[in-house]
Design a protein around this ligand. Sequence first.
Ligand code: ARG
Length: 548
Amino acid sequence: MELAKKVGLEYGKIANSELANFEIGITMEFVPPGFFNFRLSDFALAYQLERAAQGEHLFFAKTAQPRTVVVDFSSPNVAKPMHVGHIRSTILGDSLTRLLRLLGHRVVTDNHIGDWGTQFGMLLVGWKTMLDRAALDRDAIGELERIYRAINAQCDATKPTYNAATHEAARAELVKLQQGDPENLTLWREMIRLSQIQFDAIYGRLGVKFDHALGESFYNPRLPAIVAELMVKGIARESEAAKCVFSVGTLPPKEDPFLIQRDGEWQANPQLIQKRDGGYNYATTDLATIAHRLETWQPQEIVYVTDGRQQLHFQQLFATFRRWHPELTDQVKLAHVWFGSILGDDGKPLKTRTGENVKLADLLNEAEERAFKVVSEKNAALPEAERREIARVIGLGAVKYADLLPNRQSDYVFSWDKILALNGNTAPYLQYAYARIQSIFRKGEIPKAAVGGATVEIRLTAPEEIALARHLLNFGLVLEAAVEDYRPNFICTYLFELASHFSRFFENCPVLKAEAADRTSRLALCDLTARVLAQGLDVLGIETVPSM
Ligand code: ARG
């Protein structure tokens, strides 16, 4: 009706005008008072499937407007083990990266490693006074964590373990490091190097790569000038000897990240950019980071993947940045893609039986171990190396999928039985659906080439065939919706439904036993389903195996 007004036509007539020029196979009918029904003919459906079988597309198209997107994800902290909290950032960030790239965007991934801050004062004291070399060689991060904990306990004035002398020593070591003391710099670099080795081992297992890993320390040289500029421009001001950014009062209080409600009253909630002692904050580094990224890669979009507790930080950061660089406001989209926690059976954040944070490496080991048991029960005859490889793919896939399936903003309860189940909305179920299709081809001794090429004719007659074909056609829409909202879970839901459509099709439509023309058409449907499954899983960072 809007359109009719614009072009000055009675809307009933649009149906017959040149506006109704549609691709072959789509019919349109006008239904008064103002509806149009579009009908996709089975012929058009088959035509698209044939083109896909011939390798022209896989139901999605690359974007006509490629963007440069920086994805900031994973970002663990040096000398601390990566825990399950970092797993969601790593897995989500990697999946978003794969998705953006698949759709033709230029992506720059950057791991914003926490390699600077007050913890290094304590780590330096620990290193110099209580380091166990043998333990460091065995498990560097474990040992660094041990000395950090021990010294940290002595620096916390609220604890009985408090030791004023240690506290003072940590402060002094930190100042020395900040002033460029050669010994402390060397030790600091060594801690980063050792941590990086362990991070890289995890990334290798997860199949995650970064274009850059510019840690927080990289931005140190820029920080004084940024604070000075924000002061001169009046964006920041001094408060209790610290430098902070305050509300400018242009937003309703509820939407203003620089205000907070306490006892029914709106109070200032400033963003700290320089501490009283002259040290800089997480936010200062992040301001420098945005500036660097804009200068270096000219992105249209910067995406940060962290847990939900950092929402305020990013709201303030984005607001301060916009005040600092109003001229760039329309040029770059800043997005905080946040996620909830992983919970244990007790509904509390996932912990080990002894109450420790679950380490990522342990979680992945357990996933592979459990998958190995299942695989060995089902395929006792396979050589062990093969069973191990299948278990690796299934175990890692299960963990990744469990993380990507829920709406990212909700917490989810982690359960081994649920994520490894072969029936249910799990990675193993989808991997199994893929392997089952491969086995059809093996069983029929059919080369894949037989269902591609210019000659393949798709015949859609059974309702299950049509339903499967329609669902295949939606793949591109789902990829676009997922990238638009930064929600890979849309893809999980889509793939699960695809596997279910396939099951119904396979139960109701004979494939290998069908007569020749139907057989080729149905084999082509099988192959297309398998290819979409594999492509969809690949976007989620999940591998497939030809048999399970
Ligand atoms: N290192 C931080 C943490 O572990 C995450 C950093 C996220 N990225 C950023 N640019 N602030 O919580």
